[in-house]
Write a protein that binds this ligand. Sequence first.
Ligand code: UDP
Ligand code: MG
Length: 308
Amino acid sequence: MVRLLSVVVSVYNEEAVLEQFYGEVSRVLKEISWEYELLFVNDGSQDGSREILDRLAAQDERVKVVSFSRNFGHEAAMIAGVDYSRGDGIICMDADLQHPPQCIPQILEKFEEGYHVISMVRTRNRSAGIIKNLTSAGFYKVINLLSDVHFESNASDFFAISRNVADVLKRNYREHVRFLRGYVQNVGFKRTTLPYEAGIRAAGESKYSIRKLFQFSINTIVCFSNLPLKLGIYAGLMAALMGLVVLIYTLFTRNGAPSGYATIVILNCFMFAVLFLIVGIIGEYISILFTELKDRPIYIVEDTKNID
Ligand code: UDP
Ligand code: MG
């Protein structure tokens, strides 16, 4: 029985690279023994991406397009791709050719060996500067420290999942503040990793600013760990202990209280800093709670092509 592969590609303002991407991926896909579909999710692009995709879909029936009503973000685009895919195996990748299509045959081999989740791990990222690489490493350190789930460091948005995993993701993990590559490492099943070297963006510009990445990191930590919420308890215990020490010191020294304006001011600032920090952390959790509670759609589809 020939199996079907779905390649899910999220697209946001990628007119500069789409044709080249389609050409290179198709060349690889024509060589494989599986049937395939190439599913583009157009995440509300404002440039010519939509026209290019619709034209590709008209030429090639294996090209499927799901177009959003506006920009919903990369995470929404990826899960929409998973929702609409029909393949026995699904590969998620970026449209900018940073995820080399040449890896696809290796991924299929892993599927054939019976793996359900194949995480692609970056060995080198030629496009990211030192700062981006360092912050990315730091992010994985922190999240692994705080969360009981283990995250593969350098795992990227380039990964492959089986139909079983896709069905789980379609039913469960329907959070609005989301981190798909985290869920994928979380569902269990037989898992493996493959190394790859992230290339340079073939054309166009990166859509992720440092600010966006920072917010994304905070959200992910909040979504995968409750430990920061307990910070208040520890801070409270510490303050109580400190107070006790000062109390005992005051009672048993002859000179009376450790006097001084400086001590009071410094202690005050320190205590308020800790207090406000904790209030801020609780705020982050409440904000996400509120988003989830409102239960607005993760994405809204305006139009599809070649999808029944
Ligand atoms: N992307 C998307 N929606 C967005 C931002 C990005 O679908 O709101 C897509 C984008 O078209 C690309 C992928 O997500 O295919 C990764 O984006 P990008 O290459 O800009 O990120 P980087 O590789 O620089 O981290
Ligand atoms: Mg990129």
